[in-house]
Design a protein around this ligand. Structure first.
Ligand SMILES: *[C@@H]1O[C@H](CO)[C@@H](O)[C@H](O)[C@H]1NC(C)=O
Ligand SMILES: *[C@@H]1O[C@H](CO)[C@@H](O)[C@H](O)[C@H]1NC(C)=O
Length: 377
């Protein structure tokens, strides 16, 4: 489409040039001045545009002008530090070990189990949960080479450095849920069970029939359609797009409440207020390596198709769950239902009159946890 547009424009301007040349043979200004002015203007514009699209360097955690390191971190294979936070029973006595993957614009502090699961259940079952800051968020070093696969490998390395054993559970929330698909692709042999809670969906996954993905897309706010288009087609422009003030950027990144459905607003109104750390830690190293890189990867071109994955537990030695509210305005339920249809081995739980935040509602994480660990009351 873009290429076609460019061609049309140049054909039109070529025609107008021809006409002008015929009329302006008796021009009183030397032609060279226009050319020079145009060149100066164009060079200036390019320099400005280049500057505007380049994100400032991140404020690395622990560096002199960066935020302080306040949590333990492991050193990864390429020297990056990954920050984590443990919760539940000590890992040495735990029966179940879970790695929690946070969502967009969040961090390791936003662990839904730490927030709402009944302490007695955690204790009785013997559950250990470790959450970590995804690269560029909170206190984890950015990963400029980040890919879908590298995050799966980070998770595996976290498990190994913490000595969680040969198998562990992975739970991801929202965009963190979307990034659990790469775990199913790249480290299935390390997984004991998996839960995706209200996972974000990339409607560019090629398995989606175009009528369904188009319908979902047309229901989005215009500003979010544009934000996702930029992330998908022009990822080098994502920083500028989401920081410029000419057009509205992503309504999610701007923390607008417009995206939340009525059940979400009800849940949000009942939650205790977020602490200062919950609010400031996610983006404290800068928005590019956290938010914008997330958008580019989540909505970019994927090198594999989640709907073509194999069942990681062919002998029922574990299970894969998707939990979804039917009034989720961040991750459309239509696409999620389609995914569940394509993957009969996924246990799909749809909650009625529930939005994107349903997991924080009464008793919900207890249910999610019991289903994952296959324990009955
Ligand atoms: C990891 O942290 C150490 C200090 O704790 C620092 O010297 C090192 O540069 C960090 N690694 C990266 C890749 O920033
Ligand atoms: C999309 O198209 C298929 C056939 O091409 C049809 O079976 C399905 O019902 C359509 N879905 C919607 C939501 O329009």
């Amino acid at each position: 489409m873009a290429a076609g547009g460019t061609r049309r424009i140049s054909a039109a301007s070529a025609r107008s040039h021809t006409r002008k040349n015929k009329q302006s043979s008796s021009s009183f200004l030397p032609k060279g001045i226009f050319k020079t002015l145009l060149l100066v203007f164009f060079t200036g514009f390019l320099a400005w545009a280049y500057q505007a699209t380049r994100p400032p360097p991140p404020k690395i955690c622990g560096s002199p002008d960066g935020p302080p390191v306040t949590s333990p971190r492991i050193k990864l294979r390429d020297g990056r530090n990954l920050s984590y936070l443990e919760f539940g029973v000590p890992k040495d006595t735990a029966k179940y070990k879970i790695i929690f993957v946070h969502g967009f614009d969040s961090c390791k502090l936003h662990n839904i189990f730490a927030a709402t699961t009944s302490p007695a259940l955690i204790e009785d079952l013997g559950v250990y949960i470790v959450s970590f800051d995804r690269p560029g968020y909170g206190e984890s070093d950015p990963d400029p080479k980040r890919t879908l696969k590298s995050l799966a490998l980070d998770i595996e390395e976290l498990a190994d450095k913490l000595e969680l054993g040969s198998k562990f559970y992975v739970v991801g929330l929202s965009m963190g849920g979307e990034f659990v698909w790469p775990c199913l692709k790249y480290i299935p042999h390390r997984l004991a069970g998996v839960t995706l809670v209200a996972p974000v969906v990339n409607h560019w996954w090629p398995s989606f029939p175009s009528n369904i993905s188009n319908e979902v897309y047309s229901q989005m706010f215009k500003q979010d359609q544009w934000c996702l288009r930029v992330a998908h087609y022009l990822p080098w422009l994502t920083y500028w797009w989401n920081t410029q003030t000419w057009f509205p950027g992503s309504s999610v990144a701007s923390q607008s409440l417009d995206m939340f459905s009525p059940p979400d607003l009800e849940i949000l109104s009942k939650l205790p207020p977020l602490t200062e750390a919950h609010k400031t830690q996610p983006r404290q190293q800068g928005e590019f390596e956290s938010l914008h890189r997330d958008l580019n990867i989540a909505f970019g071109k994927w090198e594999f198709e989640p709907m073509e994955l194999e069942n990681p537990f062919p002998n029922n030695e574990g299970s894969v769950h998707i939990w979804m509210g039917d009034d989720d305005r961040f991750a459309p339920v239509t696409l999620q239902r389609y995914i569940a249809q394509q993957l009969p081995w996924v246990k799909y739980h749809e909650i009625e009159r529930a939005g994107h935040m349903f997991a924080l509602g009464d008793g919900m994480t207890d249910k999610i946890l019991k289903a994952l660990l296959n324990v009955t009351d």
